[in-house]
Write a protein that binds this ligand. Structure first.
Ligand code: AVI
Length: 327
């Protein structure tokens, strides 16, 4: 990457960038300077990206959501038994809290439900809907970036324990060290005697995995390419989304799917005063989606101070929901 002649001063907005813009610019530039070029998957989730992700969850090839929902629906009573009476349920990245309802139905005497989400509008909307559906439940929404740690708000009824609910295989989007750090943050939030109910996607036939992330309707491609549209809009970059194609590849040694944007021609992208050069076929890595075995997950969880207690999976063995306790 070289300094631009064309645009020597970073000026992503007509009114000038604010501190948050600069942080984003610095992070994006650091990723584009690295080899291979890489961006944080967090950037995939602007308003449009979140809508596209919701659409992905409905795709025939994307078995994850359907399979995990099936496990929760089938085994909610057993999960509730592990969670016990009068617990406080805390859900990082709660979004629409749709899957949570399956648990709430099996946990009538929960002390409180604490959804944690970075999007205030989304969080409050979901909390309001949940409160209407469960009028006796204390719902305590917390607007925060869960990767920075958790504050457990005081509830009216003192909880018997704190249980973290982390479904959706979101843990798989973090690399090993980050995943351990996140599991440690969850252990601190849960405290002594606390629990964790987590959904993880299991390693399986690569053809099934690759088609889940290269769907025939092209929704995942649009989701991935939307990242470039976002950078153009928010950082005044000039990516040409038509000059990149989406590809998801399975890397067996890392046991993960990687989402890539492949440059279809040699091109130069301008962003915040820098020229970013792409060779033909060069890849920009936008997301890691790790797939676990029961053993690889247990070892990661143990490193973070969790002891696996019980696990449930679907009949095909595609997905697993695990209950863990603090050591
Ligand atoms: C949010 N996360 C668990 C999804 C996954 O499967 O790793 C994100 C996703 N990326 C492409 N499709 C879905």
């Amino acid at each position: 990457m070289t300094k631009s002649q064309r645009n020597p001063k970073p000026a992503p907005h007509a009114h000038g960038p604010d501190a948050a813009d600069w942080l984003l610019i610095e992070q994006v530039l650091a990723g584009l300077r690295s080899t291979p070029k890489r961006l944080s998957p967090a950037y995939l989730y602007d308003r449009r990206g979140s809508q596209l992700f919701e659409a992905i969850c409905e795709l025939p090839e994307y078995y994850l959501t359907r399979t995990e929902t099936g496990i929760l629906a089938r085994y909610a009573a057993q999960m509730a038994e592990c969670i016990g009476e009068q617990a406080l349920l805390l859900e990082p990245g709660s979004g629409s809290s749709r899957k949570t309802r399956l648990l709430l139905d099996a946990l009538p005497d929960l002390a409180a439900y604490v959804p944690v989400d970075i999007s205030r509008t989304h969080l409050l909307e979901a909390a309001r809907a949940l409160q209407a559906a469960y009028p006796r439940l204390e719902v305590l929404p917390v607007c925060a970036d869960f990767t920075q740690g958790f504050t457990v708000p005081p509830s009216r009824r003192p909880p018997s324990r704190v249980v973290v609910f982390f479904p959706g295989s979101t843990l798989g989007n973090f690399d090993a060290a980050e995943a351990v750090r996140l599991l440690e943050l969850m252990r601190c939030a849960a405290g002594a005697g606390g629990g964790l109910l987590v959904g993880i996607d299991l390693a399986k036939d690569p053809a099934i995995l690759e088609s889940a992330y290269n769907d025939s309707a092209g929704v995942t491609a649009e989701f991935n390419l939307n990242l470039l549209v976002r950078l153009n809009r928010e950082l005044a970059a000039d990516f040409d989304p038509g000059s990149f194609r989406h590809e998801a590849v399975w890397l067996p040694a890392q046991s993960r799917i990687e989402m890539h944007l492949v440059s279809v021609r040699r091109q130069t992208v301008h962003l915040a005063g820098e020229n970013v050069e792409f060779a033909v076929g060069e890849r920009l890595v936008t997301e890691h989606c790790h797939k676990y075995s029961a053993e690889s997950f247990a070892s990661q969880a143990r490193t973070a101070g969790w002891r696996p207690r019980r696990a449930w999976r679907d009949a095909r063995g595609y997905f697993s929901v695990q209950y863990l306790e603090t050591v």
